[in-house]
Design a binder for this molecule. Structure first.
Ligand code: ATR
Length: 287
């Protein structure tokens, strides 16, 4: 009887952040729950930093089977977990939680999200280049750089306004990472077939990322992880040069797959319908 009651209980996950009202994760997971006809729920949990430890202490008790973690908790949540994956350990940040044998575990799926988006938008990219230029050295850059190194890139040049943050990534990930000042960009672009923007430049409300793409060789790929707007000035400039432009929305969509599968038992597809659903929301909220 008890088992039966358990199976009838709604499987519930949430996004933990502060604030969380702008998160698109509920829309995304809600789409999949509906598409697969699952009796689950995905909620927003707005938790102030000072309340995080107590919220997590009562997490299972609130009926949650797991969830996502966003700003500003991605690092601090690690102290509340029983285990983290090697990737999350390397990142020093967690974005996905689930229970395994009663233990609360954490992973960082931004890495697989970034790689899956590139694989989809620029199939075979990793066979075409051994070096990459990454703009920016914040939290998102950490996942991008780690993913690129995992895919065997020989050199990942990190170019950032504040050189120290680029250098911190070199220290974290080792000698295949080259920290470079902004002035080095033209020369570095001439030697790569993949440019990834992880800065917030080009995001709605921010100045555009104004760089000259001319030095990039023909056949190069430009990936912006900014997805609001979907078509950033950087991607427009890349297309104008005849380069392959990959937008950042797929990273958001693909990073959500492992969590949904762990919580609800179905590996969801990143379909055209899902993408259209999220694009409609982006357009509605950023006309
Ligand atoms: P995220 O977690 O999204 O990566 P972040 O950690 O705040 O966010 O990082 C933002 C990135 O955008 C940083 O690389 C930042 O450069 P600094 O490290 O020098 O701050 C970059 N960035 C933001 N505004 C910028 C600007 N006006 N010019 C150049 N770089 C900018």
């Amino acid at each position: 009887m008890r088992e039966r009651i358990m199976t009838l209980q709604l499987r519930k996950a949430c996004i933990i952040g502060y604030p969380v009202k702008h998160s698109r994760s509920p829309l995304l997971h809600g789409h999949w729950l509906h598409e697969y006809g699952l009796d689950g729920a995905y909620e927003r949990a707005e938790v102030a930093p000072e309340d995080l430890a107590s919220f997590m202490a009562g997490f299972a008790g609130k009926g949650y089977v797991g969830g996502n973690v966003t700003v500003p908790h991605k690092e601090s949540i690690m102290a509340c977990l029983d285990a983290v994956t090697e990737t999350a350990q390397a990142m020093g940040a967690v974005n996905t939680l689930w229970f395994e044998g009663g233990r609360l575990c954490g992973d960082n799926t931004d890495v697989v999200g970034f790689l899956a988006n590139l694989d989809e938008g620029a199939p075979g990219w990793d066979a075409r280049t051994r070096t990459v230029v990454v703009l920016g050295a914040g939290g998102a850059a950490k996942a991008v750089v780690y993913g690129l190194l995992q895919r065997g890139m020989e050199r990942v040049a990190v170019v950032n306004r504040s050189f120290e943050r680029a250098d911190a990534l070199r220290e974290r990930f080792g000698s295949r990472v080259l920290a470079a000042p902004w002035e080095a960009l033209p020369a570095l672009l001439g030697e790569t077939k993949l440019l990834v923007n992880t800065t917030s430049l080009g995001m709605s409300g921010q100045p555009p990322l104004a760089i000259d793409l001319e030095p990039l060789p023909s056949g190069a790929v430009v990936n912006d992880i900014v997805y609001v707007p979907l078509e950033t000035p950087l991607l427009t400039a890349a297309r104008a040069r005849g380069l392959l432009a990959v937008d950042g929305l797929g990273m958001l969509l693909h990073q959500a797959v492992p969590g949904f599968e762990r919580w609800f038992g179905v590996r969801p597809q990143v379909s055209a319908a899902l993408r259209a659903h999220i694009v409609a929301d982006i357009v509605r909220t950023n006309p």
